[in-house]
Design a protein around this ligand. Structure first.
Ligand SMILES: *Cc1c(COP(=O)(O)O)cnc(C)c1O
Length: 225
């Protein structure tokens, strides 16, 4: 068993039932993804369209690819044929574009609404109030080829565990509010995507059922290749 495979097993053992592991493989080579694959991992997360498309072509077809990074509208068409889930929908326009290309590919694409919860300007996502307004407008209900499956968030990058916990708690509260108001009859709306290598344990305590973990599985990313 490879080191990466070992880490997959350890993580899967540590995660409670019902929590899905997204192995975040951005910047890591295909052979590392294959090590995780051989350990049974099938869901991988990427955040750059071009890198994702190259990997999807080269790697086993039963991998479920999740897009987790900021997505430009003009790049939707490249991932629409195969993407399993897009975690990072941050505008109605983007949702519309995803719907358009999902339709062209005769499929339905699962989407999460990314919520800006961190105290950092640099992060993307709807402000909670903007997300609520978008859902209240009901225009999204006409988008027949996207399925809104839940929300995603990234906590502030801080040592302050209480702050992280409070941010996740806010996501959890928002999820419940949105579900009861707009998705009461939807079985699809059930994904709570929060938690990464450094904060996934807090995230699970605060209701996450999808953790996106890279560094703990694959090691540090090398950005200047
Ligand atoms: C890179 C990334 C992750 C994984 O981060 P790690 O700290 O390596 O676990 C999770 N979510 C998003 C949105 C990311 O961009």
């Amino acid at each position: 068993m490879s080191l990466i495979g070992d880490r997959i097993f350890q993580l899967k053992n540590a995660l409670p039932n019902g929590v899905t592991l997204i192995a975040v493989s951005k910047y890591h080579p295909n052979e590392d993804i294959l090590s995780a694959y051989q350990a049974g991992q099938r869901i991988f997360g990427e955040n750059i369209v071009q890198e994702l498309c190259q990997k999807a072509l080269a790697l086993p077809q039963d991998i479920e690819w999740h897009f987790i990074g900021h997505l430009q509208k003009n790049k939707v068409k490249y991932i629409a044929p195969f993407i399993s889930m897009i975690h990072s929908v941050d505008s109605f326009d983007l949702l519309k574009e995803i719907n358009k290309y999902a339709q062209k590919n005769q499929r339905t694409i699962s989407c999460l609404l990314q919520i800006h919860i961190a105290q950092e300007e640099a992060k993307f996502g709807f402000l909670p109030q903007k997300c609520i307004e978008m859902l209240q407008s009901d225009n999204w209900r006409e988008l027949s080829n996207v399925s809104i499956c839940g929300i995603m968030g990234i906590a502030t990058n801080t040592e302050n565990k209480l702050q992280i916990q409070n941010e996740f708690k806010a996501l959890s509260d928002l999820f419940c509010k949105i579900k009861s108001k707009h998705f009461n009859n939807s079985e699809d709306f059930n994904c709570c995507s929060w938690g990464m290598s450094n904060d996934y344990q807090i995230a699970i305590k605060e209701g996450s059922n999808m953790v996106r973990i890279g560094t703990l599985i694959f090691g540090e990313r090398i950005y200047n290749k």
